[in-house]
Ligand binder design. Structure first.
Ligand code: PHE
Length: 505
């Protein structure tokens, strides 16, 4: 029990009618006691919550002197000042200019009229002359009554209403009000507060104390604590939606949970020559430790080497000396196609032989690029592929059109392009209704025989594939201009918490 609680309960025990007013109670405490009216009200409310006391609010109106009111209280009213000045001028009297000089322009303006009304002065020609011998400065007296009250916040009834409203009209006082409470004993009143138990414990049950213990009532009106659970990042919201769309289209997700790959899977299996500029440290993050991969599938490896060096399946290859150490170099994968390649290899070599499949993945890739408003060193790729007998470029275009239609992009154009691992290759352009222009939204193609043959896929199996970034559609969807607002350490957490779910319709 706190000291204030004790005092409040005690007050209800000793006061005659077992009641008190919070404001009076607080005013009677010594000023250096450090307990304010708010403290008394707060503690009383807490006691009222447990039924110890009952509170009834009462609102009291009072008057507070304005700055001008305090000046009048100190120096006298404008009319009193005017009268004094005019009286001092004797028989000669003062004209308006003299008066303004004597008491100031403002005081002259207000005071002159009031002096006339009170018949303290009279005008003779352009001179004002005193008529009364002595005057009573009623306004000053009224203000001193208001401020001289033992408790200025109780001065509401000190003056007759019409006097007070005149002072208010002259902006010498303003009306204020304060709320205090009349506190009386409640149904649970006791001189000491016993803290109610919030929980039923094993000990209470063991000892039987639960039967007499007073428990806190449940407060069903309280606002529940905010659940600090996880929130999906906007990128993940779009990923969830893409995943749903691709699953509906019969695609299975590929395991992309490994960021480190060997150059073999990331480049060589994709028929990307070892001299290709993308395999430079300027474009790719190579891993220092472990710098080299431990193993690659042996037979497949030699078929890949052969394809690079000599060709096969109607290709003349690249005709250079394949460097095993380059193939073993570890790196942060530069595209998820490194995983597609592994999945196709598995598909070709699974028990029972090749079966047609649709695969997709949405995951992170890394490129050693200089960063700006639209580029980071890491981003996310959405990749899809279909492996089946005798697929054509028409199948690729149809599949891409279906997918993009489902994410809200209906106008597409295809432009011939080059990838080391696809032929033909097409860049995908979509019409951006906000920007009102065609923008590149993806890349695609049919995997080359030089890539598929060494895996052991039957010769009439074709693989169509396409890829796009997850960031581009997310930025469009959430209207984010700078990629740094979407991804990385500068992202505002609040934005992640409040970003709406992503729906494409
Ligand atoms: N790997 C390509 C890229 O990084 C995307 C792609 C995937 C292109 C599949 C063609 C086929 O941009």
């Amino acid at each position: 029990m706190s000291a204030i609680e004790g005092q409040i309960l005690n007050q209800l025990a000793i006061s005659k009618d077992s009641s008190f007013n919070t404001y009076e109670f607080a005013s009677n405490l010594p000023p250096d006691y450090g307990v304010s009216h708010e403290n008394i009200v707060g503690t009383s409310k807490s006691l009222a919550g447990d039924g110890y006391v009952i509170m009834k609010s009462s609102k009291i109106d009072y008057w507070e002197l304005t700055d001008e009111g305090r000046t009048v209280l100190r120096e006298g009213s404008q009319e009193a000042k005017c009268f004094k000045a005019i009286k001092a001028s004797g028989e000669g009297g003062l004209d308006r200019k003299d008066l303004e000089e004597a008491v100031g322009k403002g005081a002259a303006k207000v005071g002159m009229g009031n002096c006339m009304k009170n018949k303290w002065i009279a005008k003779e020609g352009d001179k004002m002359k005193a008529k009364a011998t002595d005057i009573e400065d009623i306004v000053q007296i009224q203000l001193s009554k208001l401020s001289g009250c033992a408790n200025p916040e109780d001065n509401g009834a000190v003056l007759p209403g019409k006097d007070a409203s005149l002072l208010k009209k002259r902006k010498l006082v303003v009306g204020k009000s304060r709320t205090s409470y009349d506190v009386t004993r409640g149904p649970e009143y006791a001189e000491e507060r016993v803290k109610k138990a919030a929980d039923l414990t094993k000990e209470m049950i063991d000892s039987g104390a639960w039967e007499t213990t007073k428990f806190k009532a449940y407060n069903f009106k309280t606002v529940g604590e905010k659940v600090g659970g996880g929130y999906l990042h906007p990128l993940l919201k779009v990923r969830a939606e893409f995943r749903k769309i691709l699953c509906q289209m019969g695609f299975e997700e590929m395991p992309t949970n490994k960021w480190v790959e060997s150059s073999f899977w990331n480049f060589d299996t994709l028929f990307q020559p070892q001299s290709h500029p993308a395999r430079d440290a300027h474009d790719t993050f190579f891993i220092k430790d472990p710098a080299q991969t431990v193993s690659v599938p042996k037979d497949y490896y030699s078929r890949v080497v052969k394809m690079h060096e000599e060709g096969g399946s109607g290709s003349i290859g690249y005709r250079y000396n394949f460097k095993p150490s380059d193939a073993r170099k570890n790196l942060l994968r530069t595209h998820t196609t490194a995983v597609s390649s592994q999945m196709l290899y598995k598909l070709a070599n699974q028990e029972g032989g090749f079966q047609p499949r649709r695969y997709f993945s949405i995951d992170r890739v890394f490129r050693n690029e200089s960063m700006d408003a639209t580029h980071l060193c890491e981003f996310h790729q959405v990749e899809g592929l279909v492996a089946d007998y005798n697929l054509s470029l028409g199948d690729l275009i149809g599949t891409i059109e279906t997918f993009f239609k489902k994410i809200g992009i209906t106008q597409l154009r295809f432009k011939p392009a080059f990838n080391p691992y696809t032929e033909p290759s097409m860049e995908i352009f979509g019409y951006h209704p906000d920007l009102k222009k065609w923008t590149e939204i993806g890349n695609s193609g049919m995997f080359r025989p030089e890539m598929l043959a060494p895996m052991g896929l039957p010769p009439n199996v074709r693989v169509i594939a396409w890829g796009l970034s997850l960031e581009r559609p997310t930025m469009i969807k959430y209207r984010i201009k700078n990629i740094r607002d979407l991804f990385g350490h500068k992202v505002e957490l609040a934005r992640t918490k409040t970003a709406p779910v992503c729906r494409f319709d």
